[in-house]
Design a binder for this molecule. Sequence first.
Ligand SMILES: [Zn+2]
Length: 302
Amino acid sequence: MQGSLMLRLLVLIVIVSVISVGFVFGCLPERDPAPGIITEDESAAEQEVDLPVSGDIEDDETANDLEDQTGDEAEEEEQDQVSEGGEETVDSSSGAGDGGSGFNRDSLKVIADGNYLLALVTKETTLKSDYKPSDLRQIPSYMNPSYTMYLRAEALEKLEQLWAAAEADGVNLLGIRSAYRSYSTQDSLFRDYAGRHGEEQANRFSARPGQSEHQLGTTVDFGGTAVDFQAAYADTGQGRWLADNAHLYGFVMSYPAGKEHITGYIFEPWHYRYIGVGNAMEWKQSGKTLKEFLEEKPQMFE
Ligand SMILES: [Zn+2]
């Protein structure tokens, strides 16, 4: 009698164990993927971010470059969004796999002095490949705790004032996604985009090396929101505050909405360039795009 009871108990334990194991291995992963289990989507996204980080990046810039890459991946989303919006009718097929876009570096006007705050950086001009600002300073970690980024001394000083003013107005600017970028960083970045989208298409949202305002060391991309590098950034508290106040601290939105035919770039409400407070106030008054404004200022080319 007692032996039979023990046997029944044993059978019961075995059954309960089998059910438990089945639940853990069969059901749990479906309901809530354990850390380390990468779904197809995550795997693809990870690849997207990792791909552009090539091995030829200088060590001291790796962190910043990584951030640049990540940031600019998102800039692509912005590009897609504009396309979906149908505002611009760009023949995307013409760009695909197109290496011969007719771009001729020799025809560009070479900017004599990148330190000049009003230097005209457009698709018709270029900074020298070895131009690097001499007074780059590391941005404080509260603007980006994850990466080391640099900005010219004066621009950084004004950025800190701008940050504090936003905070006083109850707006937390959250973070900087990208600041100074070297010619070589921009070169690898643009090559990657051109390889995937074609040069023409890539050049709507990413500058060719020598043509990025980020090489000036006076330009930042704000972010930290759920809509970084998207037109929707303009509608965030941060985007609105910047649009209204950035010029008071010398910062100008280089690529406003609906001006791609003038600036050559899609709407980038997160991208601000420092040109000095007096100049920025004058620019605001003018109602012009930064490109038009700078074209009327003295420019020196080699
Ligand atoms: Zn930017």
